[in-house]
Design a protein around this ligand. Structure first.
Ligand code: PLV
Length: 322
């Protein structure tokens, strides 16, 4: 991978026969699960880390993460020969800590949810003079993520009918919206998917102001930011943006169907987006007249996630179905 292109790879854009059949139009899968760190995060986090390294003043980077931003930070820092510290909440599956250590990162587990880990990361950044890599609220992170849309523009035969994205703190969403504006697709409907109990953007839209959730009760802990970033809230007010929430069970069922039909294991956070098709959200929005029927096409951002393996899937099946 040449340096100026960052640490991410140009990911496959596959057609899903199963999903296309379900909604009566071509569904394209943008396979960010194929990225070297396991998720789309390496695009924006890698770009941010390269920027930090180019300033040549950093003693090291520190990232608070539900898991995937941390894995992207650890991967990029190793490539840049920068010391990396990742602060995880205790809700992050244990397999993540080992993956981070395998990348040479220092790992600290602090607090119950991402917000607690973030408070500790900010404190450590101050005391140890480290450069903060924010997992979702940074224009450089959004710029890196926007490369997804530029790749779609180069690959798709025409403008997509709609696009589906998962929401944690809203960084992926901001990158997608920046990219759509840049390529002249600013009117494309964008469906923002969250799980119940990690639905900070949907809650903000309902109360017409940013809100902080009382807790994160979804098992999709990689979507577990209690407050969406301001820019995501601003973008979510656009008429072409739709916000929907699914249950953990719907996200799990989507993970299972995707594994069966597309042979790829993704996180519950990604299942939230896949559920837009598998749980009939797209079809309901079409019946309500909020999405055209038929859609010209649908692009599913398969955000991926490295915090999952067979054992973690079996754990989720047990706890969500108990
Ligand atoms: C608390 O966690 C935020 C962030 N995960 C965010 C995330 C998202 C949502 O991205 P965002 O909206 O936060 O930019 C989607 N899909 C996957 C697989 C993710 O890991 C993290 O890893 O620190």
């Amino acid at each position: 991978m040449s340096k100026q292109n960052g640490f991410h790879v140009v990911t496959p854009l596959l057609e899903s026969t199963g999903m296309s059949k379900r909604i009566g139009t071509t569904v394209y899968l943008k396979m960010e699960s194929s990225q070297p760190s396991g998720s789309f995060k390496i695009r924006g986090i890698g770009y941010k880390c390269q920027n930090v390294a180019s300033l040549n003043k950093s003693k090291g980077v520190i990232c608070s993460s539900g898991g995937n931003a941390g894995m992207a930070t650890a991967y990029a820092a190793r490539k840049l020969k920068l010391p990396a510290t990742i602060v995880l909440p205790s809700s992050t599956p244990e397999l993540v800590a080992q993956k981070l250590k395998d990348q040479g990162a220092t790992v600290k587990v602090v607090g119950k949810v991402w917000d607690d880990a973030n408070a500790e990361a900010l404190r450590l950044a101050e005391s140890e003079d480290l450069t903060v890599i924010h997992p979702f609220d940074d224009p450089l992170v959004w710029k890196g993520h926007s490369s997804i849309v530029h790749e779609l523009k180069a690959s798709l035969p025409s403008k997509p009918g709609a696009l589906v994205v998962s929401i944690g703190g809203g960084g992926l969403f901001c990158g997608i919206m920046d990219g759509l504006d840049e390529v002249g697709w600013g009117d494309v409907p964008v469906l923002c998917m969250e799980t119940m109990g990690a639905d900070c953007l949907n809650a903000a839209l309902k109360s017409r102001s940013l809100v902080t959730l009382p807790d994160i009760t979804s098992k999709a802990t990689c979507l577990g930011a209690k407050t969406a970033c301001q820019q995501a809230f601003e973008y979510s007010k656009r008429p072409n943006v739709i916000s929907e929430v699914v249950t953990d069970l719907q996200a799990l069922e989507a993970m299972e169907l995707f594994l069966d039909e597309e042979r790829v294991l993704v996180e519950l956070a990604c299942g939230a987006s896949l559920a837009a098709v598998y749980s009939g959200v797209i079809q309901r929005l079409q019946e309500e007249g909020r999405l055209p029927k038929p859609l010209d096409s649908l692009v599913m951002i398969v955000c991926g996630g490295g915090s999952v393996n067979l054992a973690q899937l079996q754990h989720l099946q047990a706890v969500i179905r108990k």
